[in-house]
Design a protein around this ligand. Structure first.
Ligand code: LRH
Ligand code: MN
Ligand code: MN
Length: 388
């Protein structure tokens, strides 16, 4: 009998992970961007690549867009293209970090003209969302300062709230604003939305349609991220995840690669906090594949999330609760770790096959011929990159 009980399987069936369009474009570090054969030349091709991940795993039915990286003339054509590939268009990410005007801030800028421009960019994103059918506008702000005394941090918080209110007022009834925090970079001294507390305070003042986005790579080393997950779920304010791995800074590596145990702990709190049924929480990847094959990198990532979700679902919750109530420290820890150490991969492969999916999606991609096809077809064009 499979270790995946019918209850576990029916939960896993509901798992949906949104892929970032930018994971399929070229990316790199400030030292070098390596171009790769077959890289998409436009948003249509990015969506086709994302759809491969979904076809082979059944896990990735939506693709997040970044504006202006994914600007197209005809949104209904993009939407139809996505539908023909079996996926939908997901979260729209705004971008106020690649324009000279925003050197000293965007939604927090002292200069009303620049702040207006940044607000208007978000209103444009909302208009795009009406065309794409997206629910969420995700805002990550690259603003802050590099030196103590450089800026009035308090006045910037006030301007941020005012800007967010103007954006929030433009949202449709079914749309949401999700505010992402990050503790540093590109600003090195202070960042205007550095932590979940600031994001929470800013969105709580807006209303029910504003939520917090937790990017797993955006915390200082040693941060107990699962505690933040628990708290935001408890408060009903966790809007989305940006999943990735970090070793040092905002490394955007394959989720579950650097610290699979952390991924397990995070997903355990998701299960404890209501599970995968919660329509408020979007599970997104935010990754770049600088040196590995991008489609395979995304397949690996969604499988890692699935594997750790399965393990988190195997926790004997009753035994855990009993041990916790009895303050039996070692018994509680043993129950928690038993599930973590259970190898779910063979059972997942078998279950996948039973649902008409390849047992090994990585091998299936390599055997599919898709990579050779895009490498042959996509020659001569300008490859899309992180930022283009
Ligand atoms: C910022 C970030 C944010 C951006 C993405 C490209 O570091 O995590 O989500 O939109 O990277
Ligand atoms: Mn992110
Ligand atoms: Mn990031």
């Amino acid at each position: 009998m499979s270790i995946l009980t019918p209850a576990v399987r029916s939960t896993l069936e509901k798992q949906a992970i949104e892929l970032p369009s930018w994971a399929f474009g070229n990316s790199g570090t400030r030292f070098k961007v390596f171009t790769t054969p077959g890289t998409p030349r436009d948003p249509f091709e990015k969506i086709s690549d994302a759809a491969q991940v979904n076809r082979l795993t059944g896990l990735a039915p939506a693709v997040a867009l970044h504006i202006p990286w994914d600007l197209v003339d005809d949104w209904s054509a993009l939407r139809e293209h996505a539908a023909s590939e079996g996926v939908t268009l997901g979260t729209v990410n705004s971008n106020t970090f690649q324009d000279d005007d925003y050197k000293f801030g965007a939604l927090t800028h002292e200069d009303d003209r620049i702040r207006r421009k940044a607000i208007d960019h978000h209103l444009t994103c909302i208009d795009v969302m009406h065309e794409t059918g997206s629910r969420d506008l995700k805002i990550w702000l690259a603003e802050g300062s590099n030196y103590p005394g450089q800026n009035d941090m308090r006045a910037r918080q006030d301007r941020l709230q005012d800007s967010l209110q103007q954006i929030y007022a433009h949202l449709g009834d079914e749309q949401r604003l999700v505010l992402e925090y990050k503790f540093f970079e590109p600003a090195f001294y202070h960042t205007d939305v550095p932590d979940w507390g600031t994001s929470y305070v800013q969105v709580a003042a807006l209303g029910d349609k504003a939520m917090v986005c937790l990017d797993t790579g955006h915390h200082a080393p040693g941060t107990n991220i699962e505690f933040i997950v628990m708290q935001l779920l408890r408060l009903g304010k966790l809007g989305s995840f940006d999943f990735n791995s970090r070793f040092y800074a905002d490394d955007d590596l394959i989720v579950g690669a650097a610290d699979p145990f952390q991924l397990y702990r995070i997903l355990s709190e998701v299960i404890r906090g209501g599970g995968l049924d919660n329509p408020d929480v979007v599970f997104m990847l935010d990754q770049c594949h600088n040196i590995e094959n991008k489609i395979l990198g995304q397949i690996r990532s969604v499988l890692n999330v699935q594997e750790m979700t399965a393990r988190a679902l195997l926790v004997d919750r009753e035994a855990l609760a009993a041990a916790q109530t009895a303050n039996d420290v070692l018994a509680a820890q043993a129950v928690y770790m038993d599930a973590f150490y259970t190898d779910v991969r063979p059972a997942l492969a078998e279950w996948r096959e039973g649902r008409g999916l390849p047992a090994d999606p990585m091998a299936a991609y390599l055997a599919s011929g898709y990579q050779a096809r895009i490498e042959a077809e996509r020659v001569g064009g300008v490859q899309a990159g992180w930022g283009a």
